[in-house]
Ligand binder design. Structure first.
Ligand code: COA
Length: 198
């Protein structure tokens, strides 16, 4: 699969790692560094993604410097690639991976706001969660969402995450302190709900 330029010239070869219906998850790619930089700085995207610092292209290029061995890394990230429109539109991944306790934090950013509200975050999360439980052998996947981010709160519930607690007034967003909601999904519950679905 490849991205086509207007003149039909092939631009970047795309190799899906996980295939979905609307989207594929593709390895994070230094060739899209400009795009990742745009998403990091976009006022609408960064507002709830908690990127308070400006990013230069040099900052973003550092992400692609050699990382720790794959068995000890704390971070796995994919580009969300829209299959129909043949373009990268966001990223999804695990951070704070703990290989001993077998848990990780999940995050998602749809960097192109025109794709918001189309259930793409839900699809991307579902693909990543399946990978986390069936390939990475995670026992627990957790997420933190602050209260003004109603889309993410709704998405966490739809994905079957259970609320573990609320940390009061811990995040400073738009000039005020807001609550952080802690969500978690256990492998055993995910297996049960997926058996019921099939
Ligand atoms: C938050 C974000 C990932 C959600 O992605 P998305 O693809 O728009 O989400 P979805 O379309 O899958 O919608 C998830 C739920 O959000 C809710 N939602 C959608 N549009 C909404 C809106 N305008 N206002 C409030 N809730 C909305 C819906 O209830 C939807 O569930 P539904 O399918 O039952 O309707 C995306 O908006 C984004 O990347 N924002 C910037 C970065 C960010 O906030 N990242 C998350 C940090 S925790």
């Amino acid at each position: 699969m490849s991205e086509e330029k207007e003149n039909g010239k092939k631009e970047i070869e795309v190799f899906p790692f996980i295939e979905g219906e609307t989207i594929d998850l593709v390895a994070f790619n230094s060739k899209w560094a400009d795009l990742y930089c745009k998403w990091q700085n976009d006022p609408n995207v960064r507002r709830y993604a908690r990127n308070m610092w400006p990013h230069t292209i040099e900052d973003v290029k550092k992400w692609f410097e050699p990382s720790p061995d794959r068995h000890t890394r704390e971070f796995i990230v994919f580009t969300i690639y829209h299959k129909g429109d043949k373009r990268p539109i966001g990223s999804v991944g695990f951070s704070r991976i703990n290989w001993v306790n077998k848990n990780a934090n999940i995050f998602v950013v749809i960097g192109e706001p025109e794709y918001w509200g189309k259930s793409i975050a839900i699809e991307a999360n579902k693909l990543l969660i399946k990978y986390g439980f069936t390939e990475m052998n995670f026992h627990k996947i957790y997420a933190s969402v602050h209260s003004p981010n109603t889309r993410s709160l709704r998405a966490a519930e739809k994905l079957g995450f259970q609320k573990e607690g609320i940390i009061k007034k811990v995040e400073y967003v738009d000039g005020r302190y807001v609550d952080e909601h802690k969500f978690a999904l256990f492998k055993r519950d995910w297996i049960k709900s997926n058996q019921n679905e099939s």
